[in-house]
Design a binder for this molecule. Structure first.
Ligand SMILES: Nc1ncnc2c1ncn2[C@@H]1O[C@H](COP(=O)(O)OP(=O)(O)OP(=O)(O)O)[C@@H](O)[C@H]1O
Length: 293
């Protein structure tokens, strides 16, 4: 089942395209990591999925409906924006009551358990919470809403390492127990490595690559050998990134077949290698390379 389907999706601000030609199918019941350099279009994609902004081109369908199309659609999608939006003048307790009133699927026990575990004083106004604790409150509201799809824009950036670990654990539990789908943007590769089984890399407003992490790692290799031009590589070995020293060439390639040339030392890549290679590759995007199944 697909939880987010985009076809040629684009968003233009004045004369600048923040996102172009985005074609994706994100599967339900998984955690999908959204990565890319600053300004790549990650928040724009999440905002389009949440219905906070409207597309300038193409189409997007989320949980079978049009983003922001009405109360039923809003109930299906949770969105925690980058600045962890909460109401500064309301207390933590008032946020929980508001959450219960506004969301048909509200899980009050989950919300209160989380607030207790984090140690948030229910009587404290959100405006007086630290940035990290404000983020914890916003994330709690997002999870307790029990959406089908939770969109998180750099959710853990302001959390301390322990809080980050616990939040990601909560997230994985919600995915396992309730079939929650999550799309989260983050610059923290170690966190993505822990929780994401799908990945989308956005660069220069375009999807550079997308797919199941396992598949992506299985189809990329690092080649190291004496300095030479990578133009001589066979056509089925697509060069994603290349680094040259006076004596050595190191290339990260995408290939479905084993590399047979014995002059290359062939190594596996990890998620960080893969992300950095695609982030540094500003050539033409090839969305057909790997659309998320
Ligand atoms: N409301 C807006 N008005 C005009 N331009 C915008 C607006 N929002 C985003 N942009 C531009 O669109 C592009 C993509 O921005 P976006 O916030 O989606 O990137 P991002 O990948 O989330 O970046 P970051 O990692 O820094 O959060 C940027 O060039 C940004 O300046």
């Amino acid at each position: 089942m697909t939880v987010l389907r985009a076809r040629g999706l684009g968003k233009k601000y004045a004369r600048h395209w923040a996102l172009t030609g985005c074609t994706l199918d994100i599967p339900a019941g998984h955690v999908t990591g959204l990565v890319g350099p600053n300004g790549a279009g990650k928040s724009t994609l999440l905002g389009l999925a949440a219905g906070m902004i409207e597309p300038s081109s193409g189409a997007i369908e989320v949980c079978g409906g049009m983003p922001g199309s009405g109360p039923a659609q809003l109930a299906k999608v949770g969105f925690v924006a980058q600045n962890a939006p909460v109401y500064a003048g309301l207390t933590v307790e008032e946020h929980l009551r508001l959450g219960a009133r506004l969301n048909p699927g509200w899980d009050d026990k989950l919300a209160r358990d989380r607030i207790g575990r984090i140690g948030l004083d229910p009587e404290l106004r959100a405006g007086r919470l630290s940035g990290g604790r404000r983020a914890q409150l916003a994330l709690t509201l997002g999870i307790a809403k029990r959406p089908e799809l939770l969109l998180l824009d750099e959710p853990v950036a302001s959390l301390d390492p322990l809080a980050r670990r616990e939040f990601l654990q909560d997230l994985m539990e919600a995915v396992a127990e309730h079939g929650l789908s999550v799309v989260m943007s983050s610059h923290l590769v170690a966190d993505l490595e822990r929780v994401c089984d799908h990945l989308i890399v956005l660069v220069n407003s375009q999807v550079r690559i997308a797919g199941e992490v396992e598949d992506l790692l299985a189809t990329h290799r690092r080649l190291t050998g004496p300095r030479r031009s990578v133009d001589t590589l066979p056509g089925d070995q697509e060069v994603v990134s290349v680094r040259q020293t006076d004596r050595q060439t190191t290339a990260l390639v995408r290939t479905g077949a084993p590399v047979l040339d014995p002059t290359w030392d062939v190594g596996e890549v990890d998620l960080e290698d893969l992300i950095l290679a695609y982030m540094g590759n500003t050539g033409p995007a090839r969305p057909a390379l790997g659309v998320v199944r």
